[in-house]
Ligand binder design. Structure first.
Ligand code: ADQ
Length: 479
């Protein structure tokens, strides 16, 4: 059996018995344990000086290979092109795109350098699975180094409409590099369609959609590859078990005591401008405005640990949210009631799952999101006899599957306030019916199914590449 090599920007923290729990981390680690293999990527360390050295740690059948980044590489590859150019562009925030061609050079340079670190660790029949937008030129760099193994790529974030992608100055070089993979995986059909539209209408390529279920055949930039949608899942039964177990824990008991009999609306996100938090806060305010009976009867808990805190756009959104929560609480709070509890810390998965189970409404309204695992975790954590209601943005990938949610437009503050009121008042029979449909879908497409479908299609991408490669894009091979 081939070894599986996972390549991702960050490698899940290595602890006793494997990586810390987390949607993707669990799925990937599980696959690695079954097939044996290696997880390769950045350690999360930024080195002020000196040459980064690769660290290799064995845990049973799994090898973790991690490496630090030099300060300039972190600034150009991670903070720069990945998170100041690609992240906003792929989340349709063209107003926030910053572009510096030196950062793009750094992005390509770091991809090529990481690929060179991986090459000596590879065997001829390894199957390589690369994850996410940080690593779009990775296959091209491996090909340039003579690697002929099968290489697949999964994009965790949305793939933007062609007109939005055109706002990224080196879009053509990026898409040429992306076409060096053998198989591309997207979160949803709309993402796949957006990619195909670019290939046909901007790159002059061809796409043949499969007549039987299976990946589309793509020809572009002198290369042939396959592409399909593979919506990422969770392990719903494992989350339900955690949620039940966590209900006896102190954090949940404390929450219940401070809520008294009030209803709970709950949101959990990384603090990011793509998550629609400002509009979400305003919609909750609109609910209190328009239905005074809910004042002092419902609390909204928003858990949002800061990420990418060394970037201006993230400092701005943090300040804006602190302002909004303070303003709304100032308007409505009473001595015994704080309408919005806005919390910046991380919680264990068990605590989050248990809090989801206690809450009447899961409020998940990103402006754009590749999938949004929180929506899936919320549904998984519910008590089947008395489930809460999911209010979900139509622009989260999860909305393609979780059709039993109340689907909202995340910029429509009035519409979201109406959906919150409908959720809080929803009769038990309707809540159960909606939950049953959604939990069945989550079980059918759990994270093992996602992983197995992708790896099956990657194995099926025909002969390993033995023909000479198309010429790599200009900057991708610079060391
Ligand atoms: P994210 O943008 O990080 O992921 P999401 O899918 O919601 O978004 O995953 C976040 C994960 O972190 C969830 O498992 C959640 O429980 C956990 N988490 C969030 N806040 C936490 C907190 N305070 N404490 C502990 N855990 C917390 C990217 C893409 C998504 C895509 C995923 C997976 O942006 O669109 O769904 O990858 O492909």
């Amino acid at each position: 059996m081939s070894r599986l090599i996972i390549v991702s920007n960050r490698v899940a923290p290595i602890s006793e018995g494997g990586p810390a729990a987390g949607g993707l981390a669990v799925g990937v680690y599980d696959a690695l344990q079954e097939t044996g293999g290696m997880w390769f990527g950045w350690s999360g360390d930024v080195l002020p000086s000196g040459q980064p050295q690769i660290q290799v740690v064995e845990r049973g059948p799994v090898t973790f290979a991690t490496i630090g980044l030099a300060r300039r590489d972190y600034d150009q590859y991670y903070r720069g092109f990945s998170n100041a150019t690609l992240w906003p562009a792929f989340h349709y925030r063209t107003d926030l795109i910053q572009y510096d061609r030196h950062d793009f050079d750094g992005y390509c340079r770091v991809n090529a350098w990481l690929a060179q670190q991986l090459v000596p660790l590879l065997r001829a029949d390894d199957v390589i699975w690369v994850h996410d937008y940080h690593l779009i030129p990775f296959a091209q760099a491996l090909r340039a180094a003579g690697i002929k193994n099968r290489i697949g790529f999964f994009l965790h974030i949305p793939f933007p409409a062609a007109q939005v992608l055109l706002a990224v100055p080196p879009h053509r070089e990026l898409m040429q590099a992306l076409c060096s993979f053998d198989l591309l995986g997207f979160q949803t059909e709309p993402d796949l369609r957006a990619f195909c539209d670019y290939i046909v209408n901007e790159a002059g390529g061809e796409v043949a959609r499969a007549e039987v279920p299976g990946p589309a055949a793509v020809r572009a930039f002198g290369q042939s590859l396959r592409a399909a949608a593979y919506p990422i899942g969770v392990y719903p039964d494992e989350i339900a078990r955690l949620a039940k177990a966590g209900a006896r824990g102190k954090p949940v008991r404390t929450m219940k005591e401070t809520l008294h009999e009030r209803k709970l609306i709950m949101s959990v996100d990384r603090l990011d401008y793509s998550k629609g938090l400002v509009e979400r806060f305003r919609a909750f305010e609109r609910l209190l405005d328009s239905v005074p009976a809910y004042r002092n009867q419902v609390s909204f808990v928003q858990i949002a640990p800061p990420t990418r805190a060394d970037m201006n756009a993230y400092q701005d959104i943090r300040l804006q949210l602190e302002g909004e929560s303070g303003r709304i609480n100032g308007r409505f709070a009473e001595l015994d009631w704080t309408p919005i509890r806005y919390i910046h810390r991380q919680y264990e998965r068990q605590v989050l799952a248990a809090l989801f189970r206690q809450s009447h409404v899961g409020y998940v309204t990103p402006l754009r999101d590749g999938m949004n695992l929180v929506a899936k975790e919320y549904v998984s954590a519910q008590d089947p006899d008395d489930p809460g209601v999911l209010v979900l943005s139509r622009f989260a990938g999860a909305a393609q599957e979780l059709t039993g949610a109340l689907i909202v437009n995340p910029i429509d503050v009035d519409g979201m306030a109406d959906a919150l009121a409908q959720a809080l008042a929803m009769p038990l029979a309707e809540r159960r019916a909606r939950y049953r449909g959604m939990i069945a879908q989550l079980r059918e497409n759990n994270v093992s199914v996602w992983r197995d479908n992708f790896l099956r299609d990657l194995q099926g991408t025909g002969e390993k590449r033995r023909t000479p490669r198309a010429k790599p894009a200009r900057r991708a091979v610079a060391a």
